[in-house]
Design a protein around this ligand. Structure first.
Ligand SMILES: *Cc1c(COP(=O)(O)O)cnc(C)c1O
Length: 339
């Protein structure tokens, strides 16, 4: 390792790495794309990304295995989801192969930043598309940039997995048929204030209910929700305003195929949390955050424990991380080696 990084001290923060990928869409097509050193982007002051939120992003990680190889976890799913986000806000799609190739190029060009196996740290990749070029009216941009940069990030849980508590927000993150299912920036700008309120009340983050009736759980901050029922079923909510988490769909598959559990996507009523013995939030950054308790209308509902992760949650976490770091055999097509 030629980079002087204290891998054990890494958190989830920006650090400039050596090279990033940029491709421009102009006159109806994406250019070749290239790796560049400059981490600043020059764009028109009238870009739609700045005024009308015409932009979307993705997040995935590169993992170092025990034998020193580097691998990506289901990058094709990120490519497909990014294209779904692009369609929703009228940006051009990126061919899946080109998306994966860009990720591989960025990882290779910054190989020395991929943390060693055993540290729990990973190289986080942030692909994004922004509308650029001169424009004034509310309409799709004349040009677009697709970029991928990377940052080494620490394991989410230093010193083991700890449950945290959440509070139910009175705010909505997305309208029923709005942009909740797309990973577009506006959803997150709108979440900053409810997040701040939750933290001020002493919670890790807030949980959003379905915007139509405010009775069903939708998202846990910027992560999906799952619960384990007393008879060992893996339950996760379904709604058009939930962002389809790749981690969540992976856990559903592993719960069924690796742990022999029943899996269901259905409504999760905030008034019926008693049906779960364990609950968690899932996403690429934290993998799984065990939910200790949920505060709703002044009552704290505690699941397994506020102090310890539940056994099913732990097993799901170990299985998924085992696959991501190459210690557990992966379902076909989930792992792409960077070579
Ligand atoms: C990105 C994101 C997730 C997690 O998706 P993964 O593909 O598992 O990383 C969940 N909810 C929201 C709102 C998100 O933005």
């Amino acid at each position: 390792m030629s980079k002087n990084i204290d891998w054990g001290k890494l958190g989830f923060g920006y650090m400039k790495t050596d090279l990033r990928y940029v491709s421009r869409w102009k006159d109806g097509k994406w250019d070749e794309g290239q790796l560049v050193e400059d981490n600043n982007i020059t764009l028109s002051e009238s870009s739609t990304a700045l005024h009308y939120g015409q932009q979307c992003f993705e997040g995935l990680k590169a993992y170092r295995t025990k034998d020193g190889k580097i691998q990506l976890f289901r990058p094709d799913e990120n490519a497909k989801r990014m294209n779904a986000s692009c369609r929703r806000i009228m940006m051009p799609e990126m061919p899946i192969e080109k998306f994966i190739d860009a990720c591989i190029q960025v990882v290779k060009a910054n190989e020395d930043y991929v943390p060693p196996y055993g540290t729990g740290a990973t190289l986080y990749l942030r692909p994004f598309v922004i509308g650029v070029g001169d424009n004034l009216g509310v309409k799709p941009a004349p040009e677009y940039l697709f970029c991928v940069f990377c940052v080494p990030v620490g394991p989410y849980f230093k010193g083991g997995m700890n449950p945290v508590n959440f509070t139910i927000s009175e705010y909505d993150r997305a309208a029923p048929y709005g942009t909740g299912a797309a990973k577009v920036g506006g959803n997150y700008a709108g979440s900053l204030y409810p997040h701040k309120l939750a933290v001020e009340k002493g919670y890790a983050d807030c949980i959003y209910l379905d915007p139509m009736t405010h009775t069903r759980i939708e998202e846990v901050g910027a992560a999906n929700f799952f619960g384990i029922t007393k008879d060992d079923k893996f339950i996760t909510p379904v709604s058009p305003s939930i962002l389809p988490s790749i981690t969540k769909y992976s856990l559903m598959y592993l719960a069924k195929e690796y742990l022999g559990m029943e899996v269901e996507e259905r409504d999760v009523l905030v008034n019926n949390l008693d049906e779960f013995k364990e609950a968690g939030a899932c996403g690429t950054a934290a993998v799984i955050t065990p939910i200790g308790g949920i505060e709703y209308k002044g009552n704290l509902h505690v699941f397994h424990s506020e102090k310890e992760v539940g056994p099913v949650t732990k097993k799901l976490y170990d299985t998924l991380c085992g696959i991501q770091f190459g210690d557990v055999e992966s379902p076909e097509g989930w792992i792409v080696e960077v070579k």
